[in-house]
Unconditional design. Sequence first.
Length: 154
Amino acid sequence: MTQAEFAVRVEGMKARLYRTAYLYLGSEAIALDAVDETVYKGLLALPKLRQEGYFETWMTRILINECKQELRRRKREFSMDALPETAAEDFDALPLKEALQRLPTELKDVILLRYFTGLTQAETAQALGIPQGTAATRQRRALALLKLELEVEP
């Protein structure tokens, strides 16, 4: 794949990468930085891409790693009591967002990739580096937990 082909393919998936980063990080500015860093790292690692058919999954995996690295960095910088306010206050107040944040990381990753970025179950499994059956099991467990969490008492 040439650099020009890379640029065209990345341009077509930037919106999905941004949505994924925003859901992980909760801030517009930080999400944009994560997408930019992902594109940069993807371009540098382009020769390592073995199969062009997995380009989107590969880029998504780079983005997930970048988001997790950013979350670790932010955790070191800020205590949990004094997290900075984000530009996404309206979204943060949603019950679904709160319920997603309480899920274990491995379950949250599957839900974010499947339902918020539009990856198929096979692509989700590949992006997370897990078997497809494991992705399906995690998806069922996460949905069951979310259902319990979000049920409205009559």
